[in-house]
Ligand binder design. Structure first.
Ligand code: NDP
Ligand code: MG
Length: 351
């Protein structure tokens, strides 16, 4: 299909569909605003008295209760925290959703692990932007977009894929590219990435490196620079141009150390652990553990989080960062963005 035809098709999608956005946090706010600017009829559904109701109002929406938003909607976007979605679906969505409508997820967890089992007469789709909500919004405003993953779990109407693409287009995702996937692939890779590499892996690597230097008698401040602060430099290079870009910029000595010592750190044993973590994700063990933990009021989670917060690297880091004037500016900017999109917690997608 030619781009003009594609555009016309998407315009039909926008004219015809009423979209209920349930949840107005990181993703919800960005989706609601981008889809509205793309010409969709957007209704925001929120718990009355919740923290984000006022935010939605000040962005020019007229929020209504989730039940009311679902009635008559063609697409219902589940954009509250993953652990709140099963109750929200049972209480608000299922009883009020019309036959032939679509329910849309930005992460496949609840469908993949069968915590939500949708009726047979509705479409079930996924559009997962690969970036935080603030970026989804800011890129859209600059006529760009954040790449999206798209998937169809259930196609009751025969048009579920078009709904997913139309939604991704309205977010600005097609400007960057939409990658077809499945709920299983999106869910399992997303969980694996944040556990093994992005959140879990990186913080443990940093902490272990820092502790090794400090235990050997080096100054905590110097260890902080070497094991945490300079990580940004490396990550920025990887982000911009992969391994090749990093190799261009670091010294010959750093490169030789990387090539000969790196594989000794992430050795066969670490790879075996990664496979085990992946297996726990694939067989549902992780999801079950998280649901049980959440239902119990997160005692273990809170304890572990506190332990992380009390790690001595946090103290030395705080002192050193206070001396870095450029960071204050960045923090202010990020704080403003997170006030606009509160409740960023739990995982990589939320910072
Ligand atoms: P948030 O945590 O930012 O959602 C906050 C919103 O959900 C608020 O409007 C809040 O309303 C509402 N909410 C909070 N708790 C409940 C509850 N118990 N019942 C009903 N509503 C509730 O969510 P995210 O935007 O981070 O995530 C939404 C979805 O998007 C998730 O599936 C996530 O995995 C996915 N995702 C997130 C990304 C990100 O960058 N954050 C990236 C890609 C996907 P109130 O004001 O009433 O508290
Ligand atoms: Mg950790």
């Amino acid at each position: 299909m030619k781009p003009q035809q594609q555009e016309a098709k998407f315009q039909d999608f926008f004219r015809e569909k009423r979209i209920a956005i349930l949840g107005y946090g990181s993703q919800g706010r960005a989706h609601a605003m981008n889809l509205r600017d793309s010409g969709c009829d957007v209704v925001v559904g929120l718990r009355p008295g919740g923290r984000t109701w006022e935010q939605a109002e000040s962005d020019g929406f007229h929020p209504v209760s989730p039940e009311f938003a679902v009635k008559g909607a063609d697409v219902i976007a589940m954009l509250m925290p993953d652990m709140a979605q099963a109750d929200a679906y049972r209480n608000w969505v299922e009883p009020n959703m019309k036959s032939g409508a679509a329910v849309m997820f930005a992460h496949g967890l609840n469908i993949h692990y069968k915590m939500i089992k949708p009726a047979a007469d509705i479409d079930v789709v996924l559009v997962a932007p690969k970036g935080p909500g603030a970026l989804v919004r800011s890129q859209f405003q600059e006529d760009r977009g954040v790449p999206c993953l798209a998937a169809v779990h259930q196609d009751a109407t025969g048009t579920a894929r078009e709904v997913a693409y139309g939604y991704a287009h309205g977010l600005g995702g097609t400007r960057a590219g939409v990658i077809d996937t499945t709920f299983a692939e999106e869910t399992e890779t997303d969980l694996f990435g944040e556990q093994a590499v992005l959140c879990g892996g990186v913080t443990e690597l940093v902490a272990a490196g820092w502790e090794t230097l400090v235990d050997a008698g080096y100054q905590p401040e110097v260890a902080y620079f070497e094991c945490l602060h300079e990580l940004k430099l490396i990550v920025d290079l990887l982000y911009e141009g992969g391994f090749a870009r990093m190799h261009e910029f670091v010294s010959e000595t750093a490169k030789f150390g990387d090539l000969t010592r790196g594989p000794r750190i992430v050795d066969e044993h670490v790879r075996e652990n990664m496979k085990e973590i992946l297996k726990e994700i694939q067989n549902g063990q992780f999801a079950q553990e998280w649901v049980e933990e959440y239902k119990a009021g997160r005692p273990n989670y809170n304890e572990l989080l506190q332990k992380d917060m009390n790690h001595p690297i946090e103290k030395v880091g705080k002192e050193l960062r206070a001396k870095m004037s450029w960071l204050q500016k960045q923090q202010k900017k990020r704080r403003a963005a997170s006030e606009a999109a509160p409740q960023m917690a739990f995982c990589i997608k939320r910072y």
